[in-house]
Design a protein around this ligand. Sequence first.
Ligand code: GEK
Length: 243
Amino acid sequence: MKPKQDHLFSDSGSQIEPFRFDARVAEVFQDMIERSVPGYRTVVSAIGLLAGELAQPNSRCYDLGCSLGAASVAMAQCIDAQGCEIIAVDNAWPMMGRFGQYLASEPPPVPIRLICADIADINIHNASMVVLNFTLQFIPVAQRLPLLEKIYHGLRLGGALVLSEKIAVADGRQQSLFTELHHVFKRAQGYSELEISRKRAALENVLIPESIPAHMDRLKVAGFSSAEIWFQYFNFISLIALK
Ligand code: GEK
């Protein structure tokens, strides 16, 4: 079924509230993220391929901030290792409700367990792969290192974290160029100037991007022995960090 189109920021009359993952967002989320995050589909399908490589027998794969479950479903379709379980976590009930309905109608080839909770509050244990696909950017900066430390400790040796983020860059001219290029992408996806500027205002102080060096330094402090970027499209990246 074609996803419902996102027009949430097209009304110039309403007040701009800080962005929240509520029922209205959940209803249009698939269309919203595909038209807002350059390369989103590529990243999701690559997460499936990575899971095919990295998932170890009798281990867990975590999808933290799973939204409607795109990354979990991609992983489930590619994992061959026996005895794996996918744990999908999100603290937005409207997202989890929709993902649960989808799973009831399309049972996945690998079991997916849904947990509606803050990712700061869950245990991570016996993981061979953990995915933070555009989620860490919504976590308060001070909570990011404790979360990555918890992920590191919950991973098996040889396990991997896949971290996808919107990034900021230090050079002012490059930052302006990346921001403009992202807006060019959104315009090409059919978003109007009004929608782009209202969504940007709603995400101010909600989505906090950091630089690649800031991410790399934090991953090292958390214990990861190496991290490499495998994808970049304008100011959106995805990296693999190995334990
Ligand atoms: C995808 N990974 O389609 N605890 C749990 N969930 C959270 C928290 C938190 N503290 N903070 C935010 N979220 C998905 C896309 S979207 C990215 C991820 C975006 C959840 C939030 O409810 C939302 O569903 C998700 O993180 C971020 O592959 O919208 O740009």
